[in-house]
Design a binder for this molecule. Structure first.
Ligand code: BGC
Length: 470
């Protein structure tokens, strides 16, 4: 069997591949920036336009809806235009849409602009991790795709900082407009980068594919890798959306869509989007303290992602997922207990609820940041057969945005109707369901080439047998 070229054969090749990953990961930066920025901007938009509750909801949530549409669009575009060009389109669209939001004369244009920002995020959340996965050598693919998640977390933190810096001036147009920076960097940075060799080969551009592989594996022998991709592509025809309904791709689709949904319904964006409100209800009534705690969440999110970058190619995907989800569930359960034990109105006065909340949320974020955060984007981009990869990644990513939409919409309602304790317990219970899902369904993909992963599905060798392998 053809052996993969495992690690870059020179520091120049490593540097080049890391640069390629970093530029593609700018897609994550704009994803994260926009996730974070609206919470600070919305107060001032409301002041200027007098939005009211329903309109506020539209301005905030239209991004998620746009991302859903963008993810499906990327499922088609990434095959037709290529992964690289889809990222460029996303960057350009992001710049234009951010300008529309920033310069908007009124609320209708703002809502339209927010939708387009979402489409751009949807495009890149499909095309960026997939591009990185396809150019990365198998041995460091996990690390490189995790850089995409790192960029998301840096984007969220940058948005918190920008919001805070511009809050006293109420400069929401600048808050939204500054998003042109990651958008522009993504578009410009991707222009000189090569197309994915797999995509080039699929389009019959074999000579270019070889040139690119030689470039990104500098010094390594690319013949084995080329022939492995080639043999694999030859066995396959053109993929279509209809294939996604067939039995061949179903086991992989269950894993990808399942992970995408579990990443959201275990509550991450209840924390990321609503951290200040949670801290305030736990008794951190001073704005400055609630803000410091929120910044802390952002910082911990960035820092803990490095754990995944360090471990994902060494210990593998499954152990990280299992440990992370378990830790998330336990911290949510304890948080629920703390809220349950604190009589209403006593938060902050005689209870330790504020300390417990800060501690539990910090622990929860650490466990998310090295598991469901990076590993879900990684696995979505590596488990699907090439023939249907773009469509399947598009569908999984759309499911992720759909679940994100539902959770961020229902969290405030659940807290009011069921109380904080029950709400956190529900997320904790869903964490345990996720753990069972990981244990029973998710294969280990560490160290395998994309072609090996593909063949393992076909031979039905990967599922639970993947445990402990690698
Ligand atoms: C998730 C986002 C989340 C972010 C937090 C990403 O992996 O997809 O929904 O806001 O992590 O870091």
């Amino acid at each position: 069997m053809a052996r993969p070229v495992d690690v870059p054969h020179s520091s120049r090749a490593f540097f080049y591949i890391a640069l390629v990953a970093a530029i593609a990961a700018l897609g994550g930066l704009l994803f994260g920036y926009d996730t974070g920025v609206i919470s600070g901007a919305i107060l001032f938009i409301d002041r200027d336009f007098g939005l009211g509750d329903a309109m506020q909801g539209l301005v905030v949530s239209f991004v998620t809806l746009g991302a859903l549409v963008g993810a499906f669009a990327a499922g088609a575009l990434a095959d037709v235009l290529g992964r690289r060009t889809t990222n460029i389109v996303a960057g350009v669209l992001f710049v234009l849409a951010s300008l529309v939001c920033s310069l908007t004369p009124g609320v209708a244009v703002l809502v339209a602009g927010r939708f387009l920002v979402g489409v751009a995020i949807g495009l890149t959340s499909v095309a960026a991790p997939m591009y990185i996965a396809e150019v990365a050598p198998a041995a460091i693919r996990g690390r490189l795709v995790s850089v995409f998640q790192l960029a998301i977390t840096v984007g969220i933190l940058a948005a918190y900082v920008v919001d805070e810096a511009l809050a006293s001036a109420g400069a929401w147009r600048w808050m939204l407009g500054l998003a042109v920076v990651p958008g522009g960097l993504l578009a410009l940075g991707m222009i000189p980068l090569p197309d994915s060799p797999r995509w080039l080969l699929k389009r019959g551009r074999a000579a270019e594919a070889r040139t690119v592989l030689v470039q990104i594996r500098a010094g390594g022998d690319v013949e084995d890798e080329l022939s492995e991709i080639h043999t694999d592509l030859e066995r396959q025809g053109e993929g279509s959306w209809v294939d996604l309904l067939g039995p061949a791709i179903r086991p992989a689709l269950v894993v990808g869509v399942g992970l995408a949904i579990f990443q959201q319904i275990t509550g991450i964006n209840a924390v990321i989007y609503y951290a200040p409100q949670i801290f305030q209800s736990a008794g951190l009534s001073s704005d400055a303290v609630a803000l410091a705690a929120t910044m802390g969440v952002g910082l911990i999110n960035v820092a803990a992602t490095f754990i995944a970058i360090g471990l994902v190619d060494r210990v593998g995907r499954r152990p990280l997922l299992a440990a992370g989800v378990l830790g998330m569930s336990v911290s949510l359960a304890v948080l629920g207990l703390a809220f349950e034990e604190t009589p209403a109105g006593q938060a902050g006065a005689s209870s330790m609820l504020d300390v417990a909340t800060v501690f539990c949320l910090a622990v929860y974020i650490v466990f998310f940041a090295f598991s469901l955060g990076p590993v879900v984007w990684l696995m979505i981009s590596e488990i699907y057969p090439y023939r249907n990869r773009a469509q399947a990644v598009g569908l999984s990513t759309a499911a992720n945005w759909g679940a994100n939409f539902v959770v961020s919409l229902t969290f405030p309602i659940m807290r009011t109707d069921l109380g904080s304790a029950a709400t956190f317990w529900i997320y904790a219970a869903l964490g345990l369901v996720t753990l069972a899902f990981v244990w029973l369904r998710v294969p280990e993909t560490k160290g395998r080439t994309l072609e090996e992963i593909e063949r393992s599905w076909a031979a039905a060798r990967l599922p639970p047998a993947g445990r402990g392998e690698g």
